[in-house]
Design a protein around this ligand. Structure first.
Ligand SMILES: Cc1ncc(COP(=O)(O)O)c(C=O)c1O
Length: 380
């Protein structure tokens, strides 16, 4: 799809850009639907270069990474050189934690019990390096700056901030927390897995130290294409231990006794990367950017608000205010099992976690579908 920056894609046109899913697909917090253009893009970006090999496959594959970084730069208002492809968020976070500079008196890492477990597993490994963990309790109010003020004491080296929580859909006021961390000389690392593609994000405005993301969810980019953004003003302080030739300043130097970090975010790369996931993801990110995250957010909020207005307020596990929520609604219903059975019977695709069922309307979901979902949620 090509459109000028002033044109708005209608919801129907936007919906047509994706492969329709059987039933009512509300699992975009887990895996987003595939853009129709995916197969042809993989043919062009991956198989054509391999078949033709002119002069070798890599000369055809390398532009995939430029496209991926450019697409991210476009979506998040940032520079392409500040992004580094990663396999996933956990791996990117491991690299970041072990690349932190030693600073006297800074031995604490702060995170929340509501962060995604995989990121918690990574941070617990940092205890082997002598770090102490400070958990924000699951019931702490992460919307209140007081909570962060109390946790971010002078001995904190780094804070993990989930922009949107996977289990409650709470949207953290990232910019204020980042600002607070900066004032206290604390590195801020933001996880945008659950917000990218459904909540507008401006990385230049945030000025965090590191941002980690995944393309598989709302960005509809499939598994295997994560990314790391690093603030150019902080990059010199980070020395990743899992280096490789793609993180070298000059990958083709081939002097085994001389390693020099790349000046840009590539220093977080490593050895030979996979190509297909990034070809798929670059195409998907551009599809999402063409539609516009503002439009996706507006559509998502219109549909989620319809559900909120129809159900008993006591079953809402997500913040009620649109500005405090990500794209997912989490509901704990009185007759949970009966409701789950009804949803399944009419073909609704959803999942359930400890706090309730998760429903995530994307641009490819319609109001008519949400009316059907509401019928299931409100049946007496
Ligand atoms: C908030 C959040 N962070 C991270 C992840 C996934 O991490 P990884 O890319 O390491 O699998 C998820 C997946 O659901 C998530 O919801």
């Amino acid at each position: 799809m090509t459109k000028t920056s002033t044109e708005k894609v209608t919801s129907t046109a936007a919906r047509d850009l994706f492969v329709p899913h059987e039933g009512i697909y509300l699992l975009s917090h887990s895996v987003g639907c595939m853009p129709r253009s995916t197969r042809s893009c993989v043919d062009k970006s991956f198989f054509a270069a391999w078949e033709q090999g002119d002069p070798d496959a890599w000369s055809g594959w390398m532009p995939v990474f430029d496209d991926f970084r450019q697409a991210l730069a476009r979506l998040f208002n940032a520079s392409a050189a500040d992004f580094c492809p990663q396999v996933n968020i956990s791996s990117g976070l491991t690299k970041v934690i072990h690349a932190l500079p030693e600073r006297e008196g800074k031995r604490v890492i702060v995170l929340s019990e509501n962060d995604f477990p995989s990121t918690g597993f990574v941070i617990q490994q940092a205890q082997k390096k002598g770090y102490e963990i400070r958990w924000l309790a699951a019931n702490a109010n992460l919307l209140s700056l007081d909570t962060w003020e109390q946790a971010l004491t002078d001995d904190v080296q780094c804070v993990l901030i989930s922009h949107v929580h996977f289990n409650t859909s709470t949207r953290t006021p990232v910019q204020s927390v980042v600002e607070l961390a900066r004032q206290r000389h604390i590195f801020s690392v933001v996880d945008i897995a659950q917000s990218s593609g459904v909540v507008p994000i401006d990385l230049t405005q945030w000025q965090a130290d590191v941002v980690l993301g995944s393309c598989v969810k709302w960005l509809c980019g499939g598994p295997g294409a994560g990314f790391l953004w690093i603030n150019p003003s902080a990059i010199g302080q980070f020395e990743p231990v899992d280096a490789g030739w793609f993180s070298h300043q000059n990958p083709f130097e081939f002097d085994i006794k001389h390693f020099q970090y790349a000046d840009d975010a590539s220093r977080f790369w490593g050895g030979t990367p996979s190509v297909v996931p990034f070809a798929i993801a670059a195409n998907s990110i551009n599809t999402i950017a063409d539609i516009g995250v503002e439009q996706i957010a507006e559509h998502n909020q219109r549909l989620t608000r319809k559900v909120i207005e129809a159900v008993d307020p006591s079953c809402l596990q997500t913040p009620e205010a649109d500005a405090h929520r990500g794209g997912t609604l989490v509901l704990k219903l009185a007759q949970q099992e009966a409701v789950e059975n009804r949803l399944t019977d009419v073909g609704v695709r959803f999942d359930a976690r400890a706090l309730g069922i998760r429903l995530s309307p994307h641009i490819y979901n319609t109001e008519a579908e949400i009316v059907q979902v509401i019928d299931c949620l409100t049946l007496k």
